[in-house]
Design a protein around this ligand. Structure first.
Ligand SMILES: NC(=O)c1ccc[n+]([C@@H]2O[C@H](COP(=O)([O-])OP(=O)(O)OC[C@H]3O[C@@H](n4cnc5c(N)ncnc54)[C@H](O)[C@@H]3O)[C@@H](O)[C@H]2O)c1
Length: 253
């Protein structure tokens, strides 16, 4: 174990799969005490087991980020367990079916905003007081490159991620002087289980996307995890309010 996050206590929302799981593992490898939360208890517990098997420290607390009471319980239980909160990776967010705005289902818009944007608002709102009591902290939010530009036929998803990026910048302004840093990672397409399955089913489309990425490959969950750990570590001590593309250079075009 290195000491980048040694004994630092933190939370990962949606830590049962994909980017959240990779991030939980990366924080634990760097010596952090990691609380994994998810709506899927089996997957969340599986992440905990993977970390413990590798010699790290982790616990599971269920949490649907779209429900404010769940978020409050998650943070209170974390503080009960470890006495403090030093960092958080607010990673929960959902995709919705692709459709033009006139053909889209309004309930998909509501779901995208409730989980991705409002869930992020609840998480940050209740993490900050716990971090202030701990003498400061660092937050990283999972956004998307769709929060940096438009995304055709994905207006709800894109709007929800722009909300995440706006929250990130606004809260950086509000709490910097009190020792809280907050940034977002903006992943491009990343090979999580669902994307991996899609790329096997549609290899030509996957190859086309790959050919448009300057670094010549689709991202791995570990690429996102490494950025999240670094942004929460003291190595990024002078960085706040940044929406960082982690996309192999795709948005540089
Ligand atoms: N994979 C990509 O290509 C990609 C690209 C850009 C952004 N992202 C973002 O990364 C984040 C993680 O995505 P992923 O691809 O790793 O997903 P994933 O599908 O692998 O995992 C998502 C996890 O979120 C959990 N979850 C769903 N709703 C939840 C809720 N309301 N509260 C708590 N947990 C919930 C699920 O149970 C699951 O464990 C999301 O915010 C997503 O928008 C992913």
């Amino acid at each position: 174990m290195s000491e980048l996050m040694q004994d630092k206590v933190g939370i990962i929302t949606a830590g049962g799969s994909g980017i959240g799981r990779a991030s939980a593992q990366a924080f634990a490898r760097e010596g952090a005490k990691v609380i994994i939360s998810d709506i899927n208890d089996d997957m969340g517990q599986e992440t905990v087991n993977m970390i413990k098997k590798a010699g790290g420290e982790a616990s599971y607390i269920p949490c649907n980020v779209a429900t404010e009471e769940d978020v409050v319980v998650l943070i209170n239980k974390t503080v009960e367990l470890y006495g403090r909160l030093d960092w958080a990776h607010n990673n929960a967010g959902i995709g919705v079916p692709s459709a033009s705005i006139t053909e889209s289902d309004s309930s998909d818009w509501d779901r995208a905003l409730q989980i991705t944007a409002t869930g992020m608002y609840y998480s940050i709102k209740h993490e900050i007081p716990a971090m202030l009591k701990s003498g400061g902290g660092a937050i990283v939010n999972t956004s998307s490159t769709a929060g940096l530009s438009g995304a055709e036929n994905m207006a709800g998803y894109s709007a929800s991620k722009w909300a995440v990026n706006g929250l990130t910048k606004s809260i950086a302004l509000e709490y910097g002087k009190q020792g809280i840093r907050i940034n977002s990672i903006c992943p491009g397409m990343t090979l999580t289980p669902a994307v991996e399955k899609w790329s096997q089913e549609a290899p030509e489309q996957a190859e086309y996307i790959k050919s448009n990425i300057p670094l010549g490959r689709i991202g791995k969950p570990e690429d996102q995890a490494n950025a999240a750990v670094w942004l929460c570590s003291d190595k990024a001590a002078y960085i706040t309010g940044v929406n960082l593309p982690v996309d192999g250079g795709h948005t540089a075009k």
